[in-house]
Design a protein around this ligand. Structure first.
Ligand SMILES: C[S@@+](CC[C@H](N)C(=O)[O-])C[C@H]1O[C@@H](n2cnc3c(N)ncnc32)[C@H](O)[C@@H]1O
Length: 393
């Protein structure tokens, strides 16, 4: 197995394959977008939507907890979704490792006191000789493209598979617990052999829970299902651990027993503070701009996604660097044009978490991240289990 993460090391060598249908969609979108931009620059169009004031406040989904005395080491940190969730849940951050320099910049600018190792020289986990840390929890999202349905699903044979590196760090430090996040594709039966042989069998000292969470069940206005592997060194903590139960629900069914206890997840229009059109829905899963063939300022994932955004009256392409720019660049059909702040909000990031980089890099960090309110719930549940308590919402 090669451990070279080629896709991240050299943007021009991205190996992601698109279907012809996807390629045609993206080509058409970028042609239309170029034309719209040209017309806007010639003054043909005037601002059609005012600057939105969001109604969703992600801080309320993850109120900061007092320090729990536990330390974390973050691998594959990206723009910090997992890191922020653990931070809000009261953990003390001891270090982050991330290959892409701009992600390191995001982490450092938001949390100047964090020790951030980033870039091919300092941030590449495959180059680290682990010996420095005594750590309670290691968390990370090993790159998920090898298992993503959007990709080739080459798994173990994909040179972006970094599970081996995550496991090497866990076995070197023997933390009390670890949390690894991945795409749903990893639970596809075609990877069950991989999961057993290259993950579970390689962590013989850990008792491991594997479960799926949907960000929409925790107040995030997006359909985003992800898999978590949560391991504990002691059986007692493993038994205490409770998979976070939904705190929110998008649509309540009439026979829903939890009807009175669960808060409602806002739809996209409500969350972004857009006018009530009588229709609202969750956002389709936001795409990471890092995983495509080309740099993109679109959050579109599929043709189904295109329809969903269309029904919402929202334009998912040509995302702008801020709300002012978005409001001044009208989209087709009078649709609302997104800014990166809007996309971050739809991923559950609070407004104060600022991403470094150009729009495509920001969308790359957002689309790659664990929604912080989800990370917060997992982090809370781990802390409870390590304290020998069960986690009740
Ligand atoms: C799925 S993203 C992680 C997102 C992050 N957990 C969050 O919640 O925001 C995977 C990250 O792994 C990084 N990565 C890939 N190979 C790496 C390596 N060898 N060393 C360090 N980071 C790496 C990628 O640049 C990417 O940002």
């Amino acid at each position: 197995m090669s451990t070279k993460p080629s896709v991240y090391k050299n943007a021009s060598r991205k190996e992601y394959k698109l279907t012809n249908e996807q390629r045609n969609i993206y080509r058409k979108i970028s042609q239309e977008s170029r034309e719209a931009k040209r017309r806007a620059s010639l003054g043909f169009l005037s601002s059609i939507h005012s600057i939105n004031t969001p109604r969703l406040e992600p801080n309320q989904l993850m109120p900061p907890l007092e320090s729990n005395g536990l330390t974390t080491l973050s691998l594959f940190s990206g723009g910090g979704g997992l890191d922020l969730g653990f931070d809000k849940a009261g953990y003390t951050h001891q270090g982050a490792y991330e290959l892409i320099p701009i992600c390191g910049k995001t982490l450092k600018s938001n949390r100047p006191n964090w020790i951030v190792h980033s870039g091919p020289e300092n941030g590449d986990v495959s180059k680290v000789v682990w010996q420095d840390y005594i750590i309670d929890v290691i968390h990370g999202g090993p790159p998920c493209q090898p298992f993503s349905i959007a990709g080739q699903q080459a798994g173990q044979n994909d040179d972006r598979n970094m599970w081996g590196e995550f496991i090497r760090a866990v076995n070197a430090h023997r933390p009390k617990s670890f949390v690894a996040e991945n795409v749903l594709g990893i639970l596809n039966p075609k990877f069950s052999g991989f999961v057993q042989k290259y993950i579970l069998d390689k962590l013989p000292d850990y008792h491991i829970h594997i479960f799926e969470l949907n960000a929409a069940d925790f107040g995030v206005p997006q359909q985003r299902r992800r898999v978590f592997f949560v391991g504990f060194r002691t059986k007692a903590a493993f038994k205490c651990f409770q998979i976070p139960k939904p705190s929110h629900r998008w649509k309540k069914s009439p026979d829903d027993l939890f009807e009175d206890t669960l808060a409602k997840t806002m739809g996209v229009r409500e969350a972004l503070g857009l006018a009530d059109t009588g229709y609202d829905a969750l956002a389709p899963t936001l795409r990471s701009a890092f995983t495509g063939k080309r740099n993109t300022t679109s959050v579109l994932n599929s043709s189904a996604g295109q329809k969903a955004w269309g029904n919402l009256g929202i334009w998912p392409n040509g995302v702008q660097a801020n709300r002012e720019k978005a409001s001044a660049f009208p989209a087709k059909y009078d649709h609302f044009r997104l800014s990166v702040q809007d996309c971050a909000l739809l991923q559950g990031f609070p407004e104060y978490w600022r991403f470094a980089g150009a729009v495509y890099q920001v969308l790359g960090q957002i689309g790659n991240s664990v929604a912080p309110p989800v990370a917060y719930q997992v982090a809370k549940a781990v802390a409870f289990a390590l304290a020998g308590k069960q986690h009740h919402l």
